[in-house]
Design a protein around this ligand. Structure first.
Ligand code: ATP
Ligand code: MG
Length: 140
């Protein structure tokens, strides 16, 4: 079994989709191992998404991800990293509705930035992200 980090982003929490997203996750065979609701700081988001520093969407991403409550979930399943990435769907929710209408981003997101969910890219990165969100991050 493998673990990955899922984030229900502020748009989806604010729209009341968190409970339905958890139902979909468990229906897909994941076990929710840990759960934490938190409001990410801009400083934390900049570290979490450091790979995108300097991209045209970076400032908007930092503002969005620190705009409200986020629900963090540790998911466990066979092949969890790839399975959750596939279930999320393409980055742009509007595009996802055309190509992957059953995906999380198609069902629960809005556009290219407000796309409802995050998932780790690799097993190593999942371990790192779980540590960042569940052990290191503290709210003021
Ligand atoms: P995530 O890393 O959040 O799981 P992802 O891996 O599908 O998403 P990335 O390329 O890593 O996509 O981008 C990180 C996040 O930055 C996206 O999920 C989205 O919120 C935002 N983003 C990416 N590209 C754009 C864009 N062109 N315009 C606006 N926001 C964007
Ligand atoms: Mg990414």
């Amino acid at each position: 079994l493998q673990r990955t980090l899922a984030l229900v982003k502020p748009d989806a929490v604010l729209s009341g989709h968190a409970a339905n997203i958890k139902v979909d996750i468990e229906a897909a065979g994941f076990r929710i191992i840990s759960e934490r609701e938190l409001r990410l700081s801009p400083e934390f988001v900049k570290r979490f998404y450091a790979e995108h520093a300097g991209r045209h969407f970076f400032e908007g991403l930092v503002d969005f991800m620190s705009s409200g409550q986020t629900l963090a979930l540790v998911l466990e399943r066979h092949d969890a990293v790839a399975a959750w990435r596939a279930m999320m769907g393409p980055t742009d929710s509007a595009a996802a509705r055309g190509t992957f209408p059953d995906s999380m981003r198609a069902k629960y997101g809005t556009d290219g930035r407000r796309n409802a969910v995050h998932g780790s890219e690799s097993v190593d990165r999942a371990r790192e992200e779980i540590r960042m969100v569940f052990e290191e991050f503290t709210e003021e």
